[in-house]
Design a protein around this ligand. Sequence first.
Ligand code: NOJ
Length: 774
Amino acid sequence: MKKTILILIPVMVISIALYGLQDAKLINEKKYSSSESDENLERKVDSVLQLMRLNEKIGQLVQYSGKWNATGPSSSTGDQYKLNKLKNGEVGSMLNITSVASIRETQKIVMDYSRLKIPLIFGYDVIHGYKTIFPIPLGESASWDLDIIKQTAAIAAKEAAASGIQWTFAPMIDVSRDARWGRIMEGAGEDPYLNSVIGVARIEGFQGNDLSLSHTIAACAKHFAGYGFAEAGRDYNSVNIGEYELHNTILPPFKAAAEAGVATFMNSFNEIDGIPSTGNKMLQRDILKRDWGWDGFIVSDWGSIGEMIAHGYAKDKKHAAQIALSAGSDMDMESYAYEANLETLLNENKITLSQLDDAVRRVLRLKFKLGLFDDPYRYCDEKKEKSEVYTKENLAIARDAAKKSIVLLKNSSKLLPLSKEIKSIAVIGPLADDKDTPLGNWRALGKNDSAVSLLEGVRSAVGKNTKIYYEKGADLTIPNLKPGESQFLFPIKFNTDNTSGIQAAVEAARKSEVVLLAIGENAFQTGEGRSQTNIGFFGVQQELLEAVYKVNKNIVIVLMNGRPMDISWAANNVPSILECWFLGSQSGNAIADVLFGDYNPSGKLPVSFPHNVGQEPLYYNQKNTGRPSSPSHVTYSGYTDAPKSALYPFGYGLSYSTFEYKNLKLDKSVISKEGSIKVSVDVFNSGGRDGEEVVQLYIRDLIGSITRPVRELKAFEKVMIKAGETKTIHFTINSDVLQFYTLNKKWEVEPGDFNLWVGGDSKASLKASFVVSE
Ligand code: NOJ
């Protein structure tokens, strides 16, 4: 108690000095909350700003990492250098410091030594959980369940906040359509609308309604912009898209995030059409800050200001700092470019004081919103750090999220669900008893080897009389990489040729009624810097699969992976395939819930699965071209050696039930540009089990001033339908749904003919048409 008072007294004294005496009352009486008027907040921000010296202002725009080589090359400057900067009040934020004790210690340096005692904000990559690990974002997106997505983000925030962290670098809302790109695991897949609504759910989960509460944290919409369109799927590669593609495909999730009040944005490593996003004024200053009126701050990606030199866009760090600040990039993550150059640039009139002040104001604003000026240690609570993290309740939500994320890709002979009384099961594969892989990459403080493995999940699900034969069969470890080590140092090498485990696996399969074959990817095959040209099974997994198949065809493939994979052989031969991504802490239990029918699978793919890697990038919402494929010209705009369409399309996923769509009705067939149409459809559960279905609505604008995709997802609803029951689902089509970024460089509805489909995936065939009149 005494200690707390001692810490708080200096802060309050400073606060009073900061605001002037007449404002001291205001600080004491009123903590910031989201209901506080903007005017009050701005008054507070200004009152701090006017006390700041130039070095302190620049300092607010500096962010350092608390450890070396965390996610990219770091500078050669040492800890002593950072310590001095902290003492001088020349640092605004730290990342990668992850315990209450270390956060308290670091904040205390600023409080004890710096002149103005402006609190640091601590950020961390809390991507899919903090210690309780949820499915990787791509996997969780397959749930199409916005409530559970919001809930897991809220728990991640609660756990991170209980450990002293106030800011996560999530969600990633980069539309990503290339399975080769390793970071596809971190977003919501190929569709702009799905990325928008899932991004907003995550933001709402992290931030809640009030950032000043000690269990909510600031979110960060990243990577602004275009990062997911890296050419050839190579991470950080150039992006070559036009203005209309940028506006219609890449920006919508970011606009939705800005409207949802996301506290921060992160810019991106890539260039678009020759301009690195970090130095892109049109994106940051014009679109985000001016046109969208967003008042948060933009943090650079790690070293991305300095990297404009390698791009060939800046001649040195000084030039890079000038470009970045002028373009609206507010905080420098680990480039050391702002701290070294902004003062000179200002003296040389290469940047303006109002640009600098605007950036500082944005940072201070968030610090006020988070309540850090009221109490810089408000997130530091050693008790909470122990009691609120990795709790039973959080793990229960992790199981719920995980089972909802599983996608049943194939169940041709109705092998699934299995009976819990089954006599024998072979649980085979390199991932079958792997307690680490299900945690995926970007696992924050998830403890290595802490997930429930498939084998453990199956063991706790079945009755005593079921015999379980476990064999690893193949190895998928990456011998030269330990979790936590820098992933940038070497290419991944697998133990590729070790077939010694296959025979035992075959024997286990031979004596079992059914085989669960857990194959896929190592957790660190996807993530940053993890692009691949081969998206098939590494090592001897395919050999293992075919050997097992020879002796037992009752195979359920339990696929664990962070990207769409080439699973064509399996899809052609094996009766059942469950897409299980990297499902997090409760992986094995959740998979068992689905395998044994305690949960009827309801996931739908957020990204297309190809027949082979040569189809990538592959996405359903493509353009028609002037020579679309047709039955008489199947190879037009396609391939001579493979289909053009996906093996499993976007939006696809089976259930243990079946759903029939009928009676698609539109209340009118002609509307004005401002009008709206009410759409209804009946969905009948014709299977023998209750189940959830994701009812999806797609449109096509037939003729546009800019060509429009052959289909675009515009709405969906996940709904529980009892066996034998019919539910009527309603949607509204209005200008929000119909508009796009047109040749006039505006979002508008263009008159003309539209098609509309409703169904259970992007291939839905139930169709209607309507007209938007002049
Ligand atoms: C680089 C990644 O691109 C970004 O997403 C991440 O937040 C930062 N490193 C910080 O770790």
